[in-house]
Write a protein that binds this ligand. Structure first.
Ligand code: GCB
Length: 625
């Protein structure tokens, strides 16, 4: 099995030891203003990345838009050859006479709900890894829009994994990557009366994909997130960054990016509650740099304060609720708003009720479970989650680690890989750069060192800093090495990161190298997060606490007690996140006790609490005091 083959080998290199509870330790209780040298940071105002009509618009909910969610006609394209002349699905043919019919025509097709994965909507699609064609028709008054100089875009929250988009028989373009937004401009292509929008979505796993062929989650395909038509003026606000500089608790170093034919415009940013009103001139490249100070009530998990912010030009005005906080690293300390921070974390996948989660209601149910556990931090596994969830985390006061699906066996040497990595990273950061909840951009999970990987991920870390110098950059590594009696992390990529994540499975995939109470971790001068640790148990299955193979709840609870004894011995530990909050579907988990689910959840897939849930809950109650 690809996943375990890869991770078992590397889990064998995982070694470690423990310390109890109380972790937050460290530094500087007497109030502290972070200094510029606290973390490696490039200029706050990096050179603009060229904006184009295909760069997804930021702040989609704040735009003038029409939802295309709902029922879409759908055709399953068995051997994924609908693009050819025989099926010619893209031609969207309609029968005109009694003796004519098209086997691959939409008129008699089934429908699927958008957003939503296709696998769980019809029983025959459960295991599909292939192509589905979707069609939606809409009417649009293009003449009126033209008179007013309006532009029109179709925006997709995500489509897993590859999408080809057609309007009225004409191809608009393609997108690769299952978890980030993309858009195409429709201005000048929409016609009076009915318009036909077709999307071919293919979720086959690919050797040169991100993720690649093997991963430990269900490969839900389809139009999994919201689809919208969005109208903008001729020159529009494409993106903006309004975040505190990491060296300040008062100063915003930001920018607004305009796109269009008349980019030299005056940009205005207002925060009425603080009496802030600043103006800046955009240059020929559409970029307007901004700097201002204000007495912000800083955003934090205990006080998730958001301000209504208005960004406008003479042609357009957008509003959005934004929180202001600083996140910084000093030595091996992690500082939120200048105060030491310990991350009481948990991981979860974007899944609920055995399907891809996609709505605000789904997000609410997931985040509430994290809150009930006592978490202040969620690592979103293993890809960008939907935008609803990030906005809700802002409101609920949950800190987030968000990563791109650079998972285990990526073919870093494949042609075009760096461009794909860069694009995916830019799409993630572009969507969420104004979410206070996000404190870490994760660039990889469990990749093995090697020349191509080291070069690609070092370049990606630099790119992440360039796109967003206000957040921390990290990656999760396979468990620690055991060297001369100490547990060590030695990966050349560590040098490129602010914070180091370790996925550590002593007592599950690998034997304990020493007793937890004797573990000694070698410092490496940066904050450490245990980004994963966990063991499997099937809810309701009971037995002795020392028998792993019995998959029982007692064993899992004892596993965590032992782990916590080790965590208490790591002076530079700044957070921990059990793997995983809830059992989740995975086709590589077919042991009779798993029956298609990874069973490392503290909760079952029905959100029933296993014994281990209480162990982590008590630990968080103690370290959170
Ligand atoms: C890991 C992976 C995660 C797996 C987990 C497991 O290290 O990062 O995606 O699901 O282990 O359960 O094996």
């Amino acid at each position: 099995m690809a996943i375990r083959a890869d991770s078992v080998g590397s889990h064998l290199r995982r070694l470690a030891v423990a310390l109890l509870a109380c972790a937050p330790l460290l530094a500087n209780a007497q109030g502290y203003a972070p200094r510029p040298q606290d973390r490696v940071s490039e200029a706050q105002n990096p050179a603009p990345v060229a904006a184009s009509a295909s760069t997804p618009l930021t702040n989609l909910p704040g735009r003038e838009r029409r939802s295309l969610n709902g029922k879409w006609q759908a055709l399953v394209d068995g051997y994924a050859d609908g693009i050819g002349e025989w099926k010619a699905v893209w031609k969207d043919r309609t029968a005109t006479g009694k003796t004519q019919f098209f086997e691959y025509g939409f008129d008699d097709s089934v429908t699927l709900d958008v957003p939503g994965d296709f696998n769980t909507q019809r029983p025959e699609l459960n295991w599909l890894e292939g192509s589905v064609w979707y069609r939606k028709t809409f009417e649009y008054d293009a003449a009126a829009a033209r008179r007013k100089g309006r532009r029109l875009f179709v925006h997709f929250g995500a489509a897993n994994y590859r999408a080809d988009v057609f309007l009225n028989g004409e191809k608009l373009g393609s997108h690769e990557g299952g978890f980030t937004p993309f858009q195409f401009e429709l201005t000048g292509r929409v016609k009076p009366g009915e318009n036909r929008l077709l999307v071919h979505v293919n979720n086959e796993r690919r050797k040169d994909g991100i993720p690649a062929k093997g991963f430990d989650w269900f490969n839900y395909g389809g139009l999994t997130r919201d689809v919208d038509l969005v109208e903008t003026p001729g020159t529009y606000i494409q993106d903006y960054s309004l975040q505190l500089a990491p060296d300040s608790l008062r100063r915003v170093d930001g920018w607004v990016q305009l796109a269009g034919t008349a980019p030299r415009q005056t940009v205005r940013v207002r925060i009425p509650e603080l009496g802030v009103e600043v103006r800046a001139e955009a240059g020929a490249d559409g970029r307007a740099p901004l700097r201002f100070e204000a007495p912000f009530a800083l955003w934090s998990p205990t006080q998730p304060k958001l301000y209504r912010v208005e960004v406008s030009t003479p042609e357009e005005s957008l509003q959005e609720d934004i929180g202001f906080r600083s996140i910084a690293v000093r030595g091996d300390a992690l500082l939120l708003n200048g105060e030491p921070l310990f991350l009481r974390g948990v991981n979860f996948h974007e899944e609920i009720d055995g399907r891809r989660a996609h709505s605000e209601a789904d997000a609410q149910r997931l985040l509430e479970q994290a809150k009930q556990l006592g978490a202040n931090f969620v690592r979103l596994a293993h890809y960008p989650h939907n935008e609803h969830l990030l906005r809700l985390a802002d409101r609920m006061g949950l800190l987030l680690w968000q990563e791109i699906p650079v998972y285990q066996g990526i073919d870093f040497a494949a042609a075009g890989m760096q461009a794909k990595l860069d694009a995916m990273l830019a799409e993630m950061i572009g969507r969420d750069r104004n979410r206070a909840a996000v404190i870490v951009w994760g660039i990889a999970n469990e990749t093995s060192p090697g020349p191509a990987r080291n070069a690609a991920l070092s370049a990606l870390a630099q790119q992440a800093r360039r796109l967003d110098p206000s957040r921390l950059i990290s990656a999760a590594f396979y468990g620690p090495g055991f060297d001369g009696g100490t547990l060590t992390v030695s990966d050349p990529l560590v040098a490129a990161l602010d914070v180091v994540g370790i996925n550590e499975y002593f007592g599950w995939y690998t034997p304990w190298p020493v007793e937890p109470e004797q573990a000694v971790w070698k410092p490496f001068g940066k904050p450490l997060l245990i980004t994963e640790f966990g063991a499997e148990a099937r809810y309701g299955h009971h037995g002795a606490d020392d028998v792993a193979s019995a998959w029982n709840e007692e064993f899992q609870a004892e596993f965590y007690r032992k782990q916590l004894r080790m965590l208490a011995r790591i002076p530079f530990l700044r957070g921990a996140a059990p793997w995983v909050m809830m059992d989740f579907r995975s086709p590589v988990r077919m042991h009779p006790f798993q029956s298609g689910y990874n069973r490392k959840g503290l909760l079952s897939e029905r959100r029933e609490r296993k014994l281990a849930w209480q162990v982590i809950h008590d630990y968080y109650a103690e370290v959170g005091r």
